[in-house]
Structures are given as C-alpha cells and as structure tokens.
Design a protein around this ligand. Structure first.
Ligand code: SF4
Length: 1024
C-alpha cells in the first residue's frame, strides 16, 4: 500500500507511541508547513499575518508583550553564520510562527542592543535574518522528518525500514551480536556485530602491535560529523574520547580547510581573519562576494552596503570566475573574472609589482619584534627580516637561524625573538630582540651558513615569473593587475585582501591562500581601524563554574592516529620505517597522510573501506552526507562498498531525515533540528567585539525516551555511556569548580552548565548580563523550563543563566569595537612570511618538502601530474565550479519549500560566448560530461561568468532527503519531485587517478578540490 508523506507521519507517530508520549494528531498539525496556504485569508486586509509580538498602548505609547506569543532567542544553523534568531511561538499550540533576527546579536543589527537592555525595550528593534534564516521553520517542520528510531529491514540502501523503540536501539547497538538476523539481507544476517560494549572492552588493546602509533582498538568507533559546531562538538568529543577513540571530526576539509591552514601559516593559532568592513576604504574579495557564502553572510552583505554608501566609503573588487550579487559593478565595485584556481598567480603578480615598485610598508616590515614595532607606533610585526637557513645540506635547513648557529651565544629555544636578523644600523647579524630595525631584503652567509630573510624568499618566489606570465596564467590583463596592486597600496592601513572557498578548493589551494593573505602583511593592516582583524572572539564556556570537558578517569585514554591520517607524519609510522629498513622506497603510501591538516572528512569512507590505516567497526554519521557532498564520492563503486557490511559492519546515522547518505545506514537515530538543539557558538571575526550565542531548543518534535527526554544525538551518547559503564556519565558526571561532581543524565545537565560558565565568565565593560526579570521570564516561558531542569544548576545561578537564555547569548556592546584608529582587540603574535613548520614537512606521496613560503604552484594530481595533462583541454574545454547561493547554499535546504518556490531548480550556468559557440540556448537540455560520468541539466546562459567556466549551484539534484520513495513498516513513503529537481555534479567530479577513490586534493592544506574538474557539454540530441 502506498501512503503519502502526511500519512507516514501518522505512522511514525503511532510507531513512536511505544517510546514517547507525544500524540500524533498534535504532531501532524505541527508538521504541515505554511498551514494557511490555499485557504481563504483570515482577514481581508492583513491576510493570514500573525498578530504582532508587542502591543502598543495608543494613549501612552508604551509597549507591552502580546500574551499570545512566546519569544525565544536562539542561534540559526541554516548556514554556518550563526546568526541570532528571535523565534515567535504560539503559546497555545507550541508551534513556531515566525523567525526574525535577535536584536541582541551582533550579526543581525549593525548597532545591536546592549545585553543590559530589558527585553521589552527591544520591541522597536527588530534584527534581520536572510531568506534562508527566515525559512528555517520548514527545516524543523519538514514532512519527511524522522521522529522515531528506524532500523533497516532489507539490504543497506534498499529503502526498507521499520520503526523501533529506544530501548531496542540502545540494546542492539550496545550489545551487538547477530542484530541483523531479523533483516531480509543475506549479506548481514549471520554477521556477528561488535557493538559499543564489545568494542569498549578492547580499550586497552592495540589495533596493531606492529604499529603502536595507530593506537587502541576503540579507534574502531568513528564519528563523522557534518554539523557539529561549538559546544555540540564538545559534547561529541567528550563521549568519543571517553570511549577511547580519537575519531571525532567535522566536515571542515569539505568546505574550507586550506583557508584555515593558510591562515595558520600567516597568523599562527587562528583560522580566520576578516576586514573591518565598516571603516575600510578598499577590500579585495577573493573567491567570495559580499552577500554570498562567508562568515557571517548576511552581516557582511549589510556592512558592505553601509560602507559603500558613505560619501568617501568603501570600494571593493571581487576576484571570482562568476559575477554574483555581491560583485555588482559600479563606481565603487568591480569584478575580475579570474580563471579558476589561479588566484595564487594573480596574488604573486601583485606581490611582485608591489615589491618591484617599493609600494610595501618598509618601516613596518623592518621591525623584527613586537616591541620594536610598538616603539614606532605600530600594532603588529612580521618575520620579514628573520633569517632562514637555505643551504639544503645543512642539518637545520629550512629552519630559522638561531643565535647558537649564528655564533652569537646560547639560544633560548623558547623565545622566538631569539631569531637572528641583520641589524640595519650595523649591517651585522644580531638577535632580533636587540634590534630596532633590520634589513628586509637579505641573502648571504652568517657564520658560514647560507641564509635569506623571509622577505627575500617571498621576493624570489614572486620573481619566478614575470607579471606578463602571471597575467597569462590567471587570465587577467597586465594593466588591470598593475592598477589593482597600485590601488591596494594607496589607502594606508584601511585595506584588506580577504578570501574564502574559491581561492583554496584546488590542489594548489594552500599556496593560493597564503599568497592572498600575504598582501595584507605588505601593507601592515593588522589591528588598524579599517584594516584586518582576528575579531573579538568568544567567552570561556567550557570551564569556570563547571568543567564540562574533562573526565578524569578517562584522561589520555584516546590515543593514536585518526582514521583520515591527519596531524601525523607518514615518516613517523611503523609502515614507513619498515619499508626503509627493508631497503624499499617508502613513497608513496596507499593513501596520503596530512600532517598539517585536521578534519579530513572526505577521506573517512574510502579509508574505512580500504582499512588504511585500519578498519572501522562502528561508523556514525552525524548529519553527515559524504555521498552527496564529497566531490566524486557518490559513485557506484563507493556506494556498493558502503552497502557491503563486511567493509563497515555497523553504520548508525544521526539525522533528521532519510538523507542521501543516511539511506545507506543500518539505523537512523532521529536527531534534533537546529531549532530543537543546543550549542554555544562564538561570533566570527567580522564582529569586532566579544560574543557567544546560545542555540537552545525553541521546540521539540522528536519522540521521547521512556523517561521523557527528547531523542537526539546527545541522549543516545548518554544512554550508551551509562549502559556500558563509561565514566563521566550518570551520577558522577560533571565536576564543578569545587571538585563536586554533578549528575549527567540529560543534555541539559551539560548545556546549562555551559550557559552558567558563559554567564559568569570574566567580562569587559558593559557586557554583564542582567538577571532575567519576571516579565522576561514570562515572555520567554522560562518559568516552566526552570522548573523542569532546576537540578541541572545551583539555585543561585539560575537568574543569571536565564538572563543569558532570554537574550540568546552574551555580547559585548558594539561601542567597544575600536579605539580611534586602532581596533580594540588586537592580534599580537608574529605574522609569518615564512612557515617553518610547512617548510619542514614532507609531501607523503613523494617525500619532497612543502614550500615554507608561497609561490605560484601548478595544480596536479597526488603524484604530480599537471591537471591539464591529465585531462587535455582540447577534449575537456570547460572547468566546473560551484556556487553557494543566497537561497540554496546547503544540501539540507531542499526541505525549505518557500526557497524552492523562488528558485525551483538550478541549471548549468555558462557564458553567453560559450553558449553561442556551442549553439546552446538558454533553457536547452544539455549533458555535462566529465571523465567520471555525465549528468543532464538545463542550460542557463549568462554574461556574468568567465568563458570556459560552467557553474552549478549546490543543494539540488537530491536522490533522497524526501526526493525518492522508501518504505517504513511495509508502507511506502512517496518522494517529492520538487526535491529531485535540478542538477548535482558532485558525483561526477574528478577523482585522483593516483589514489583509489580519492577526490582531487590539496595535499598541503588538506582541502578537497571542487573547482578543477574538466568537462564538455553536449546537447541532448547528441549521442553521448
Ligand atoms: S546568514 Fe542567513 S542562513 Fe546563515 S545563519 Fe544568518 S540568517 Fe541563518
């Protein structure tokens, strides 16, 4: 029998009755989106609009809360900008009716409201959200939500499920055994599955006694996270590490990792910088555009609009193959349509011109220490003058010259100022700490050792090509490059060179990213008003009143190499040493190692299948969809391998739907949607002041555990931990500052303690959150919440904690952003032209050292084959790029029908010039053919795209997530064609021929490659 998705919900709810108490009729009402659509409007003028949140007394002008509504301030997750939300909930039905911005949150109002302001006084201060944020209601009330645990009853991926109870889920995955004996699947019926208990029992056994560095058997549990942010990641890490596994990570190499690693090269210890947009005079946006994907998206768009509207305000240039909304041209904005992946060539051309024409800030760069810089009124310093050993035969080659090696006495290894420079006053080598100004451009010998200054290394790298050659590589006219370099060096410190994905998602992404960032060092813009910033950061929420991270009994239990071979040198492995001992060439290993990187999400599935460096017993996907999102991974070979339980015996997906990857899991654990979940998350550096937002449940829709907790990832971990006797859960849970342990039996026991830490964290002027007033508690319905979770905190902490919950976080006032021409929060560590760590790290595929300074590097495969030789441009004349649009930036937004109404499908965007040459008209059906396969879509012909480039907007072309039929309890759930619409090219993106089932990769920075797949187009009539 077929059932519609609405009746499936009934079924789910009925099935859920065994494990929960929520009646299905109420849930049905909750789950129908846009409940008034199609009916006669309730009011002839106001239509179906809700009544306002606030009521104004006409005689006094005073505002009062409208008792119909509960207001709830939380943090969005429709994208990762973490904007504060004001959620309007019907007090009677408990249903969310509207989402706007939280006026206390820095993302949503340029001059956001002080946390000392009573809630009632924000009645006339609505914050903003973008269209995606506004439709977040539809992610929560998605008709395809999975609300009860599901277990497959057929083979993996067969689309056959049955609802199971909470206790059954916990018992089966914990105790293991022949748990698939009840399925109609010959491949797994007789398999003896090692559950959490069996694996935990092996927590003191090595995976391989011959390779002790791999760590313990418990590393066989892997949590591959897709959406684990802030303290939700802390929660997950606490469980995984206490279990004895190192394998917990998020999706970072999928989206932006080389951006982070390039930042760590230049600004050690931080992953991101941003311009002080509102006071900047000139910004170059590389691989991103104001108002498109960046952090935070809507805030950056707003700041740029404000700044360019000032009489002598901001000018900016967008360097990107595609012209989007943020790149609109005019007298204050221009677009440089660069060839994909050649940003490094353009940046190196600019660096060369700036150095050749002495347009860099020489006095600033000549300061060898912070003290020297501050003495001359500057705010940061670089290693430009520091000497690097360049003799390749020297034992310390590629490292900074030390005092001892320079013959200047004993080195103080802990003190980086002990590095050696050439004193400008004496022209002699000296310790940096003793020098006011040093020679910038030096090459020579010190104590017989060949050395060069960091600046000199960059200069020589820039001189490897002429500006004309760089222009030919990147496809930007020579004169335009010179104009750009001149303009960038024309505004003093009020400029920035900032980037995002477009620069780094290439095999050479790390080097591109470093080149783009080094432009900032040449002008010395760090910490200046209108310059570059590391932001105000967040508050301490993991320690303080409570220590939410530590589990003393499990300290140091988790050890070994992460399954993705990250943060570990291949040369330190037993495998490498054994090969060397046997006289074999140790290079290349079966798959690359990534010593500089972390969160190598895209490598998890193929590594597990190949059991390299070891196999996986239990794989848990948390809102992770590698088969949809990883370039090249959703292909038949990988999907067949995932389906075979011998490769990965147990797959549990914590998801809110049967998704494009979770459809291949053994169990689906219903998770909380963003509006039902917790996490404390810091603001991004675009915010110049301190701030931490609180995501906390506005509603709860999943079924309940037998003792009344809403099912989600956290309750799963708590119950598994208690069942197998892990320390740190149950009665002896979380220690407070006095060493007293507090029970840990539900997620609130954890997250409310994070809020207490936030509320009492050391603050700055004006950021103390006032205690929640009786009126605020009433408006936000916190009285019930307090009563329910009173035992999670000390009684005296509640008023302040509720003060933070009322406001959705704690935020320093915006007035604390700047002090005159300086930013209030200053990054004072050294800025690096030369990264010693990178320069001393080998590429695991060929044993060669990475470059310690940046240069133009041609994109290649893992074993060094140039991509133009891999796929001849004569046969493959086009390059595919992707775009995260303002309406459809993430795969999960497919459930937001309002966004789909605005933009029901994507297409293959192409330049008008290319279309004309190929005789393709707008709207034609075409095939995109790559070396990995072909996909069909409609042509979208544009002027604003570089010829030779085609583009698809991500988030379309789903095969699950409600896009196709499946069965639950023998009843068919019908997929929705709206969710299948559009084209998705990730599954046919180029894989690296040198490594089994690996996407093209940036081996230095660790990013997966999205923008280097070659393609050709064929009209549908062609025989392809
Ligand atoms: S930019 Fe939009 S989608 Fe992203 S967090 Fe902010 S409101 Fe939500």
């Amino acid at each position: 029998m077929d059932i519609t998705r609405r009746s499936f919900l009934t079924l789910s709810a009925i099935a859920g009755l065994g494990v929960g108490t929520l009646g299905f009729s109420k849930r049905l009402v909750d789950l129908v989106p846009l409940s008034n659509r199609g009916r006669k409007a309730l009011h002839p003028v106001y239509g179906n609009s809700n009544t306002p949140e606030w009521l104004r007394d006409a005689s006094t002008g005073k505002m009062a809360p409208n008792p119909q509504w509960i207001l709830h301030h939380t943090v969005d997750l429709q994208c990762h900008s973490e904007c504060g939300l004001r959620v309007k909930i019907d007090r009677k039905t408990g249903r969310i009716q509207r989402i706007i911005g939280n006026p206390y949150h820095p993302n949503t109002l340029s001059e956001y409201t002080s946390v000392s302001t009573p809630l009632i006084d924000t009645a006339r201060l609505p914050g903003t959200v973008c269209a995606r944020g506004n439709t977040g209601i539809q992610s929560t009330y998605d008709p395809y939500r999975v609300l009860v645990p599901l277990k497959r009853v057929g083979p993996r991926g067969s689309g056959q499920w049955k609802p199971i109870g909470w206790d059954t889920l916990i018992t089966e995955v914990t105790e293991g055994g022949k748990i698939f004996a009840d399925t109609d699947d010959p491949a797994s019926k007789d398999l003896d599955i090692l559950g959490f208990r069996g694996l935990y029992a092996k927590r003191h056994e090595l995976i391989d006694p011959n390779a002790p560095e791999l760590g313990l058997r418990t590393n066989g549990f892997v949590l591959q996270g897709g959406r684990l942010v802030g303290t939700r990641m802390t929660f997950a890490e606490r469980f995984v590490h206490t279990f004895g596994s190192v394998n917990v990570f998020d999706h970072v190499n999928e989206c932006e990792l080389s951006h982070h690693i390039a930042h760590q090269h230049v600004y050690s210890g931080i992953n991101m910088t941003q311009p002080d947009i509102r006071e900047a005079k000139f910004i170059i946006y590389w691989g991103t555009q104001p108002g498109d994907a960046n952090f935070p998206m809507q805030t950056q768009g707003k700041f740029v609009a404000e700044a360019r509207a000032k009489p002598d305000g901001l000018k900016y240039v967008v360097v990107d193959p595609k012209l989007s909304r943020g790149g609109v041209v005019g007298d204050r904005a221009s677009w440089l349509p660069i060839k994909p992946g050649t940003d490094g060539a353009l940046a190196m051309a600019m660096i060369r011109w700036i150095i050749d024409n002495q347009r860099y800030n020489a006095p600033y760069l000549s300061c060898p220490t912070l003290a020297a810089a501050q003495a001359m009124g500057d705010l940061s310093h670089t290693d430009a003058t520091h000497l690097v050993i360049v003799d390749p035969k020297h034992a310390q080659a590629r490292s900074f010259l030390t005092a001892e090696l320079a013959g200047l006495g004993k080195s103080h290894a802990q003190d980086e100022d002990d590095r050696i420079v050439i004193d400008a006053a004496t022209a002699r080598p000296a310790r940096a700490m003793n020098v006011k100004s040093a020679q910038l451009d030096f090459a020579g010998k010190v104590n017989g050792i060949a050395v060069k200054s960091s600046f000199r290394l960059l200069k020589e790298a820039a001189e490897e090509h002429t500006i004309e050659q760089y222009a030919a590589i990147c496809g930007i006219e020579l004169q335009r490059i010179i104009e750009l370099a001149r303009e960038f060096t024309s505004y003093g410190r009020q400029v920035s060179s900032t980037m995002y994905r477009g620069v780094v998602k290439h095999p050479n992404g790390y080097y591109n990213g470093v080149a783009v960032l080094l432009l900032n060092l040449l002008v010395g813009n760090m910490n200046w008003t209108g310059g570059l910033t590391a932001g105000g950061g967040g508050y301490q929420v993991k320690k303080g009143r409570y220590d939410i991270e530590s589990v003393p009994e499990a300290e140091n239990l988790a050890k070994g190499v992460i399954i993705n071979r990250e943060k570990f040198h291949y040369e330190d492995t037993s495998e490498y040493k054994a090969k060397v001992l046997a006289g074999e060439n140790p290079y290349p290993p079966k798959r690359p190692w990534f010593p500089l990187s972390s969160n190598m999400y895209t490598e998890t599935v193929p590594s597990a299948i190949q059991r390299y460096p070891y196999g996986v017993d239990i794989l848990m996907w948390h809102k992770a969809t590698p088969l949809y999102s990883v370039p090249g991974q959703g292909n038949p070979v990988i999907i067949d391998a995932v389906k075979n339980p011998k490769n990965i015996p147990l797959i549990i997906a914590s998801d809110i739907v049967v998704g494009d990857s979770s459809m291949y899991a053994d169990y689906i654990l219903p998770d909380a949607s963003a509006l039902e979940s917790f996490a404390l998350v810091d603001t991004f550096p675009t915010t110049l002041t301190k701030g931490t937002g609180i995501r906390w449940p506005a509603v709860s829709l999943t079924s309940k555990t037998p003792d009344g907790r809403y099912i989600c990832m956290e309750e799963f971990f708590i119950d598994v931990a208690k069942r197998i006797g892990m320390p740190g859960y149950g009665a002896k849970g979380i220690p407070d500052a006095d060493g007293k342990f507090w029970p840990f039996n539900c997620r609130e026991d954890f997250y409310l303690k994070c809020v207490a830490n936030l509320a009492y964290a050391k603050g700055v002027e004006g950021d103390a959150v006032i205690d929640a007033s009786a009126q605020e508690i009433a408006i936000t319905a916190l009285d019930d919440y307090h009563a329910k979770f009173a035992a999670s905190l000390k009684p005296d902490e509640w008023p302040k904690v509720m003060g933070c919950l009322v406001r959705g976080g704690r935020f320093q006032p915006y007035t604390g952003a700047r002090k005159g021409d300086q930013l209030a929060y200053q990054y004072t560590k050294r800025l690096h032209f030369y990264a010693e760590k990178t320069g001393n790290t080998r590429n695991s595929m060929n044993g060669e050292f990475f470059h310690g300074t940046t240069r133009w590097v041609e994109p290649t495969t893992a074993l060094g084959k140039p991509l133009d030789k891999l796929d001849d441009p004569k046969d493959w004349p086009l390059t595919i790029i992707t775009m995260k649009g303002a309406l459809q930036s993430h795969s999960r937004l497919v459930s937001n029908y309002t966004l789909r109404e605005i933009n029901p499908s994507n297409g293959v965007q192409m330049a008008a010039e290319d279309a004309k040459r190929m005789d393709i008209a707008n709207g034609d059906w075409i095939w995109v053919v790559t070396p990995e396969g072909k996909r069909r879509g409609r042509a979208v012909v544009l002027e604003g795209i570089r010829p030779g480039v085609i583009l698809f907007e991500v988030g379309y072309g789903h095969w699950a997530y409600g896009a196709s039929n499946y069965q639950v309890g023998g009843k068919r759930v019908l997929g929705d064609a709206v969710r299948r619409a559009g084209i998705h090219l990730n599954p046919i993106m180029r894989r690296d021929p040198d490594v089994w089932q690996m996407s093209l990769m940036d081996l230095t920075g660790g990013s997966v490659v999205f923008y280097n797949t070659k393609a050709r187009l064929e009209k549908e009539t062609a025989n392809v």
